[in-house]
Design a protein around this ligand. Structure first.
Ligand code: GUN
Length: 291
């Protein structure tokens, strides 16, 4: 069993990105600048956004955090987005999800200038991705492709079972891995909460992407030997033995699944750190495309 080490791979990527930033600076070009909007005080969202800002500092980007209260109106949020769209110093920005219930997520994502949409959530970028055109790829699927590539995991002709059809992970992942591209050319099955006899599919899979958000859902009896496992889940599970009162659990029961796996991502330290690295990569691309 080989661990797909997202912590190490993302650190390598950050070194590569930092080198590119240094080069841009010595050439007198613009320093990449990422902005993030956070609405409310959800604990996990605050952790993720702070990690994104810290990562910007590490690679030499400029960053701006726009922290808005929970009760912010959709109109006010849309105005903040317009300000970022019109600010020439900002190369890319993200709105951390989920948003409070009174705000329509689609309206918000549609308001982002697609050229600054480094999360790749705008319909223009989703459409371009689907048509194999250059676009911003959503960070989590982009990070998974990068891990598969860097560890030379064969995907061509393999059967990939994606569990989950979210707009952020499952859906784009299934599209990307079926495409004629690196870490692609796979035969893809998309399974979800209405799938009957899921185990029949997972037992046939060469690669499983677990992105359903149910802790330790995928167990050893559901997989064949030699499979590659990508665990996208990261749920806070109450744990009184931990100082912070919770532990982070993936969608995969690592204990029973890892002995049968050829490659597997740990949680934490697998897909999570890759997501941040790919957001930085998209911001660098956005900056370079402008100049
Ligand atoms: N919430 C969970 N994942 C993501 C992500 O990739 N981007 C943003 N903006 N919010 C998220």
């Amino acid at each position: 069993m080989i661990l797909l080490d997202g912590k190490k791979t993302s650190a390598d990527l950050k070194v590569e990105i930092a080198e590119s930033v240094k080069k841009l600076k010595t050439e007198g070009k613009k320093t990449p600048h990422l902005a993030a909007i956070l609405v409310g005080t959800d604990g996990a969202s605050m952790t993720y956004v702070n990690a994104k800002v810290k990562a910007c500092e590490l690679v030499g980007f400029n960053s701006t955090l726009i922290d808005l209260p929970e009760e912010t109106s959709e109109e006010t949020l849309l105005k903040e987005i317009q300000n970022l769209n019109n600010n020439n110093d900002i190369d890319g920005f993200i709105i951390q999800l989920p948003l409070p219930k009174h705000i329509n997520e689609q309206n918000v994502l549609m308001a982002v200038n697609p050229d600054k949409d480094v999360d790749g959530f705008h319909p223009t970028n989703v459409g371009k991705m689907t048509l194999d055109l250059p676009s911003f790829l959503p960070a989590t699927p982009f990070g998974i492709l990068e891990l598969l590539e860097r560890y030379n995991v064969e995907t061509s002709g393999k059967h990939v079972v994606v569990i989950g059809r979210s707009h952020i992970v499952g859906r784009p992942m299934s599209i990307l891995m079926s495409q004629k591209r690196p870490a692609g050319n796979a035969t893809v099955t998309v399974a979800h909460s209405r799938t009957k006899n899921l185990k029949e599919f997972t037992l046939q899979a060469d690669i499983i992407i677990a992105a359903l958000g149910i802790p330790e859902f995928l167990t050893g009896d559901m997989i064949k030997d030699g499979v590659t496992i990508i665990d996208v889940g990261i749920t806070r599970v109450e744990d009184a033995t931990k100082k912070r009162g919770y532990r982070l659990a993936g969608d995969v029961d690592f204990k029973s699944v890892s002995p049968k796996s050829a490659f597997i991502t740990p949680v934490p330290g697998g897909v999570g750190p890759m997501t941040i690295a790919m957001l930085l990569k998209n911001t660098l691309l956005a900056c370079e495309r402008k100049s």
